[in-house]
Ligand binder design. Sequence first.
Ligand SMILES: [Fe+2]
Length: 266
Amino acid sequence: MNGMIDIHNHVVFKFDDGPQSLEEALEMLQIAHEQGISAVFATSHFAENISEDLEGEYFRKLEQLREAAEEKDIPVAVYSGAELFFHHYLEQTIKNHRVSTLAGLQQYALIEFPLFLMPSGVEDVLFNLSLNNIIPIIAHPERYSALQDKPEKAIAFLRHGGLLQVNAGSILGEFGKQVQKLAMWMLENRMVHFIGSDAHAPRGRTFKLQEAVDYLRNHLDEDYIRMLVQENPLKIINEIPIREVHVPEEDEKPSFFQRLKRRLKG
Ligand SMILES: [Fe+2]
């Protein structure tokens, strides 16, 4: 599919656990281009206490990457962003740092949790952000052990104003069968708003939206797939809030979750 936009990636070089050189970063953008991706968000890892120096370094390297990509004729736009490690005063961090929202637009923020320990009070923080017109996007919910144990937590995130971004690699089974099943359950229930590659390198964890889309074509309708990799990401760039969120029906709950838990364990 052409014109895809990939909202979760680590393409800024020598900054986090992403590419180790400008050359590697360019190689990654070239791969993105070959997949049909026309724009990416460079969501480097940021934790609390973002220093001016660190933010400055990020934007300098981002600019260097944009210029080099233009010189090499790689037609992939690179927007700024961060994958924010969850903390309880996220709202403050987001207000104070341009890097913390996608494309610096003070509207959408990509947030990750520790993989094996879900912090307390997450729903309150999400709800508070949405009251302040910041739309939190939860990075790869399918990878958290807390959601493996309690998939209904994903529904609680949605109810508190969060959107969900699933990783392409999870859909393709690269993080194991359990993760893949949870990802597919959320997708089949239309709880997901974005698919991101979460690319870190030119090989291995690289851009793979095209493979994910090809896989999803056997499971989901084309309109929904297009929404995930094109229409919703475009809304971020065009500053349109996504407010209509599909939440699975409450009355389906008990047997529905028992069935799902059996599926995840099987
Ligand atoms: Fe990431």
